[in-house]
Design a protein around this ligand. Sequence first.
Ligand SMILES: [Zn+2]
Length: 267
Amino acid sequence: MADKPVADWDALAREWDLWRADDRQPTLWWRDDDAVDVTPALDELRRVARVPLALAVIPMALERPLQERLGPYLRNWGQVRVLQHGVGHLNHAPAGAKKSEFPATRALGEIELALTVAATFLRDTLGPDVLPVLTPPWNRIGAPALELLLRLGFHGVSRFDAFPYVAKTPELPRLPPFREINTQIDVIDWRGTRGFVGAEPALGWLVAHLSARRQGVVDPGLPTGILTHHLVHDTATWRFLENLQDWLARRGELGVFQDPRALWPLP
Ligand SMILES: [Zn+2]
């Protein structure tokens, strides 16, 4: 399929070596979505992740309210940082349109109020380590709401780049401190089995994005993002995440995973 390039570990090694031959560092980052509580799956994520991780937490989901015990749990997890995953993870798109909590059709005043209340609640519940970065549910946000983020004091946004990776016109001025840093490798096969997408497509996207960065097709300075959803991982998904870290560790390259605090530094 056109949206699923395939690659194996040898192809990753070849791409990696091309970066290192130029004395460049092929940076990665890891975003995991939909946390609201301490669960066995979150325990597993903490066990599996040996690197810095950005946990996208839903502040005010109606059916899965944010649990206070998540705060102390995350404070004891040194390598995790929290991003704001929308408000309630509720669909406000018109019937028939792709799901979005912040579509261009939703009243901007309502979005502003919801985002502000949710951001305050998230910080009050989880503590000051929450980064002022929005990861919109379903990776979608309309242009008016995106502009609003600047005014509301957000430092960035994180969405998803689908393959093929091509240069995009920035929707917002690239003014510090606002940065859009996206993910590209979604390990879940949402439209198919809802299990692991498979090593070949996952590595295919990883190699393709690294290659696009190395060749300057997309911004080489922005890290390649792994997107996970701990609540739905099957054994094969966990195994792949372990294998990727093992592969990097064998090369002494685990340090390529960027700390979210460095991606969105506070002034
Ligand atoms: Zn989500």
